[in-house]
Design a protein around this ligand. Structure first.
Ligand SMILES: Nc1ncnc2c1ncn2[C@@H]1O[C@H](COP(=O)(O)OP(=O)(O)OP(=O)(O)O)[C@@H](O)[C@H]1O
Ligand SMILES: [Mg+2]
Length: 438
């Protein structure tokens, strides 16, 4: 670099010296020098003109021929340009590969901006949602997928759990949608065909619902006969008397199990749901404490702290069922007696119904599994406290219907707290006589 500048300078100096000699010989020193300076300037301007011309024409082809410093500048620019073209080509190839591999994915992929306007999608997403390029580019995704569940999921940004909906464009296809926010809260949406899984799940639900329903009649007959036999118990031998008592207990238990299974099926299928209305939380809890009085021992103390003006918007029977399962659990799992505190609190975000006990508590590793069907910490069938393990699964479904969440805190040997968080939109803390019908 330095050499080239030195050579250029030396060449120019040699030219200047030659001009001085020629000028002195012909006696026109100033004229010759002026001519030399003008000549040099012309040469530089000409090279600059060529360079400019070449750049203006997108620098296509080889740069103009030049020697000295200009030749070096042209070569450097040309080299830089070649390098840039190469990396651009490489990036384009990588982009094409990514595009063609995502296009070939069986899963649908959609990119939408932070408002939900569609920017890009692959072929599977186009099939699943019936998207047409370029007409749908820039459209709001909620205008394309017109389902109320999807609208709620998308507008309230409930992206924690995947959503299953029917395909808006393909008959009989069920889609699982999972959304991730990236960059400036833009949306990356993955769509998966879960029709097979959905049908299997549906079959399972139908089977449980039908089997439970079909078991009801034979069980009623058995219970009827057991009751009749019970009336003549005294006339039977002692060994049979014990058997009848045992059978009656077990048939009661079976009836409860069937009732629970049928309730779960109804909750899952959203069938025949009671209309939502405003209910006094304190009234619900009073009915529960009256109903649970027979199972309380003298060592149990129930403290209820529920303001009279606390109101909740929902289905009465469902709320009763959920709250009563929590209260009954607190009693059942405090076998030595203890304090049970039922509370209602509210803040600007939530209304919180909680049941706290000083019972046996739960090991931390079991807590995430409590709402699974048939899950019981104590699996022993002979256990006196053991129920069917459906109670908390029912609670979870009921809370889901009421946009609420269950939070469990527990310490073995110390006690447990089950808290239901209802959204503020379902909570009212006043005694207005006319309930709004929102
Ligand atoms: N308050 C509690 N304290 C300690 N363990 C609890 C408490 N509540 C629930 N559990 C544990 O969670 C399990 C599941 O509770 P869940 O209410 O679903 O079923 P269950 O009470 O056994 O039967 P069901 O309610 O169907 O009659 C229980 O078996 C018990 O082991
Ligand atoms: Mg229970």
């Amino acid at each position: 670099m330095k050499t080239i500048w030195r050579n250029t300078f030396l060449t120019w100096l040699a030219g200047l010296a030659s001009c001085v000699v020629i000028g002195l010989i012909i006696g026109q020193l100033l004229g010759v020098l002026l001519l030399y300076v003008l000549g040099s300037l012309y040469l530089q301007l000409y090279q600059l003109y060529q360079f400019h011309y070449w750049l203006r024409h997108s620098g296509r082809g080889a740069p103009p021929e030049a020697s000295g410093i200009w030749g070096d500048v042209f070569d450097a620019v040309h080299r830089l340009q070649k390098k840039q073209r190469k990396s651009k080509r490489r990036m384009r190839q990588a982009l094409t590969r990514i595009e063609s591999s995502t296009a070939a994915l069986k899963e649908g992929v959609i990119m939408a901006d932070n408002q939900g306007n569609l920017e890009w999608w692959n072929n599977s997403a186009a099939d699943f949602f019936g998207l047409v390029r370029p007409v749908d580019r820039g459209q709001m995704i909620t205008n394309i997928v017109r389902s109320p569940e999807f609208f709620r999921y998308f507008s309230q940004k409930r992206f924690g759990e995947p959503l299953v909906i029917k395909s808006p464009s393909m008959e009989g296809i069920y889609l699982e949608i999972q959304t991730t926010l990236y960059d400036k809260n833009d949306h990356l949406i993955f769509i998966r065909d879960v029709t097979r899984l959905h049908l299997m799940e549906q079959m399972r639900k139908d089977f449980v619902a039908n089997a439970s329903h079909e078991l009801k009649t034979p069980l009623t007959v058995i219970k009827g006969y057991l009751e009749t036999l019970g009336m003549f118990k005294d006339k039977l031998p002692a060994s049979m008397q014990k058997g009848i008592v045992n059978m009656s207990e077990q048939s009661e238990r079976m009836e409860q199990l069937i009732e629970d299974l049928l309730l779960l099926s109804r909750l899952e299928s959203n069938d025949k749901r009671e209309e939502n209305q405003w209910h006094s939380v304190s009234d619900i809890v009073k009915t529960i404490t009256n109903a649970t009085a027979p199972i309380l021992s003298e060592q149990h103390i129930i403290d209820v702290h529920i303001p009279d003006n606390a109101h909740l918007y929902g289905a009465y029977k469902e709320l009763y069922s959920a709250f009563s399962n929590l209260v009954v659990n607190a009693i059942k799992y405090s076998p030595e007696g203890g304090n049970i505190t039922v509370t209602w609190e509210s803040n600007e975000l939530n209304g919180i119904f909680s049941v706290q006990d000083t019972g046996i508590g739960i090991e931390p590793n079991y807590i995430p599994r409590l709402t699974e069907r048939f899950f019981r910490v104590d699996k022993g069938r002979g256990s006196k406290t053991g129920g069917t393990g459906l109670g908390l699964a029912i609670v979870k479904h009921i809370l889901l219907h009421h946009d609420a969440k269950l939070q469990v805190k527990s310490q073995p040997g110390i006690g447990s707290k089950f808290a239901c968080y209802f959204p503020a939109s379902r909570v009212r803390n006043d005694n207005r006589p006319v309930p709004p019908t929102s």
